[in-house]
Write a protein that binds this ligand. Structure first.
Ligand code: LFR
Length: 490
């Protein structure tokens, strides 16, 4: 008896079959595919129909293995969406959150509606690509889509809709829009009025674990599968990843490490106050109406883009090669603040790293080893900064850091993170989001009583690698330099 999780990341997607055998979880990756955004004349967009095609391929691969999954769940990155017209048809390809159409919009909307009002109503960090600003950008551009739109669906909502024909907005993703109000428990009509978007586009919100229909008859006929039930999991990948953190302690810090690094802690209620606004922390909804008090850190995106830059120039290195070169380069040559706006959009990163170094009076790293070392050390140091802020904001102390997600395959980054935070790092599982997706399906199916039972079983099922901190003094000194250069001194 198996269930199926689709986990879509910003650069690749995968389908994992999950089984519960003898009190342990077994997973099998049956399909992996690229998720390549497409730059058209002026816009960067997701190839949503290809993603839907790949989901169908995943279902077929399950069938060809003789499996009929008992349920399906989909999770993906947050904030992006599609609009449906009155006939239920998709209007255009969803924009990529790294597209430039939102440039300057957040500042204008915040000036008009008030930063404190927006944060006070949502508890969501200000990021230029939040759905609030994407919709406001469409409005500012007088996009013709707006005249025909009748329904708003986020990426997993949309793919689920293609599969089932049912349009439902899922909670964890809804909270990332920055117009979901956790205090009233619904869409915030004032913010929507403020950006001129009709509330009628937004439907009832389904909790993670809610049933969300079944495969449409046409889909099940085409694929030769029964009408498999679909479950709305924590459809925001970070929500699923945090659900899979194998913590034993109720108070824990996590880092979901992939294209983004999401660091924070799980709380029962959103922490919305002056300090969380000042440090631009977020409160995203999770399983069991928990909240993730966390901060986005730019993450391995900078390294991925740098690798693409070198690939384009015909200097093709694999990630393991790059990490090895970084390990051999001299320590603490230069630092960047990974969250500087310079690094947000796609494109060549080494000129931006040089620009950052020139601006901060540092010698720029030369060659792949030095460049990658600069990126990874800077990330590890930023982790320390955000971990300490998380402690302040949540009034907790953490004995170590749980790291989940594909980034933990980079052992050097895990070790340097432990060194930087001066505490152990517990790394695993790498497929955090997909496993959290499966876990919520099992909770919905009554196999686990709650998220804590799920976490216990995850802990018993997947190995965790422990990295003990090393070189304390050198990292302490580097942290001082990093903070000064990044302008993070209090
Ligand atoms: C991680 C993630 C982050 C979100 C970013 C953009 O994959 O979902 O949580 O801030 O992507 O959607």
């Amino acid at each position: 008896m198996s269930i199926l999780a689709f986990d879509l990341g910003a650069s690749s997607g995968r389908a994992l079959l999950g089984r519960l055998t003898g009190g342990k979880i077994e997973v099998e990756e049956i399909h992996r595919f690229g998720n390549d955004p497409v730059a058209t004349c002026s816009r960067l967009q997701w190839d949503i129909l290809r993603l839907y095609h790949e989901i169908q391929q995943g279902l077929l691969k399950a069938k060809h293995r003789g499996e009929t999954p008992e349920s399906i769940g989909i999770d993906s990155w947050a904030v992006d969406f599609g609009l449906l017209d009155r006939n239920g048809e998709l209007l255009g390809n969803p924009y990529h959150y790294r597209d430039h159409h939102t440039d300057g919009v957040m500042e204008r909307v915040a000036a008009r509606l008030g930063e404190q009002t927006i944060f006070g109503k949502t508890g969501i960090q200000f990021l230029p690509f939040n759905t609030l600003y994407q919709l406001a950008a469409l409005k500012e551009a007088d996009s013709p889509l707006l005249a025909s739109a009748e329904r708003f669906l986020m990426i997993p909502d949309l793919l689920r809709y293609f599969l089932t024909g049912e349009a439902l907005n899922e909670f964890s993703n809804a909270t990332t829009t920055q117009f979901y109000n956790p205090l009233t428990g619904g869409w915030d009509a004032d913010l929507l009025v403020g950006i001129g978007i009709p509330s009628s586009w937004f439907g009832p919100i389904a909790d993670p674990g809610a049933s969300a229909g079944q495969l449409r008859s046409s889909v099940s006929e085409t694929l030769g599968l029964p009408r498999i039930p679909v479950i709305a999991v924590a459809e925001h990948d970070t929500g699923s990843a945090v659900a899979a953190v194998p913590a034993t302690e109720r108070s824990f810090a996590y880092l979901s490490c992939g294209t983004w690094s999401l660091m924070g802690t799980e709380v029962d209620r959103p922490v919305i106050n002056e300090l969380s606004q000042k440090y631009n922390f977020t409160n995203e909804g999770g399983v069991g109406r928990t909240y993730r008090l966390l901060k986005n850190i730019m993450g391995l995106w900078i390294l991925q883009e740098t690798k693409r830059e070198w690939d384009r120039a015909g200097r093709e290195y694999s990630f393991p090669e790059l990490v090895k070169l970084a390990g051999e380069a001299p320590a603490f040559g230069a630092f960047i603040d990974p969250d500087d706006g310079l690094f947000l959009h796609p494109g060549d990163m080494t000129p931006r790293i040089r620009e950052y170094c020139a601006r901060t009076g540092q010698r720029a790293p030369e060659g792949p080893g030095e460049v990658v070392r600069c990126i990874l050390e800077s990330l590890a140091l930023k982790y320390r900064y955000v971990l300490e802020l998380t402690e302040t904001l949540s009034a907790q102390q953490f004995g170590g850091l749980h790291m989940v997600g594909g980034g933990i395959q980079n052992a050097l980054l895990c070790q340097w993170s432990a060194n930087a935070i001066k505490r152990p790092v517990w790394a695993g599982p790498a497929e955090g989001s997909a496993i959290g997706n499966l876990a919520v399906q099992w909770i919905a199916r009554g196999e686990f009583s709650d998220i804590w039972e799920a976490r216990r079983v995850i802990r018993d099922s997947f190995p965790v690698t422990v990295y003990e901190p090393q070189d304390g003094e050198a990292w302490e000194e580097a942290y001082g330099t990093f903070r000064r250069l990044a302008g993070l001194a209090d």
